[in-house]
Design a protein around this ligand. Structure first.
Ligand SMILES: [Zn+2]
Length: 167
């Protein structure tokens, strides 16, 4: 089934400038901040590493709170200075808002999942270069979001949506 779907999906993914192609969109599950004055989306992240292996350049992402209470996710290559990518937004089931001082208890987080008020946020794109099979990462663009929506709609029409939404 996947083999049939993949070539069909290729037309949605524009080729990358270096000849690589998209292999995955990386998502985080999200909950909403319970501070009534905030309500921002909180991605549930145990850490912010994308690649952290001995002998390789580390890759992580930085989450920058924006004025409209969205988050700008930047992909950073290299050794972090003055920040700790091992620190995410969750610890023992709690969720820390990046826009205000609120931290949701694990019960509050669980309640949102139970009520299916949780969401998803696209954080980064994984690419593979076909020449040497090297995997790299980059930030999400508006084109990625539009591409994902198009692919999703096409799969939906073909009755294949559950394959895409499974995380
Ligand atoms: Zn908040």
């Amino acid at each position: 089934m996947l083999e049939q779907v993949r070539p069909e999906l290729q037309r949605f993914y524009p080729p990358e400038p270096d000849g690589g192609s998209v292999v995955a969109y990386l998502w985080a599950k999200t909950v909403h901040c319970t501070n009534p004055a905030c309500g921002a989306e909180i991605p549930l992240l145990a850490h912010r590493w994308l690649s952290h292996r001995a002998g390789k350049t580390p890759v992580y992402y930085r989450l920058l709170p924006q004025a409209d209470r969205s988050l700008d996710a930047q992909v950073v290559e290299g050794v972090p200075r003055g920040e700790n990518p091992s620190e995410g937004t969750t610890a023992r089931g709690t969720a820390r808002c990046l826009h205000c001082p609120q931290t949701l208890s694990s019960d509050e987080v669980k309640a949102q999942f139970k009520a299916t008020q949780d969401g998803r946020l696209m954080l980064a794109v994984a690419l593979i270069r076909l020449t040497d099979r090297r995997v790299s990462f980059r930030a999400v663009t508006e084109t990625d979001r539009a591409t994902y929506e198009q692919a999703r709609n096409a799969l939906d029409e073909a009755g294949l949506l559950p394959m895409m939404t499974r995380s």
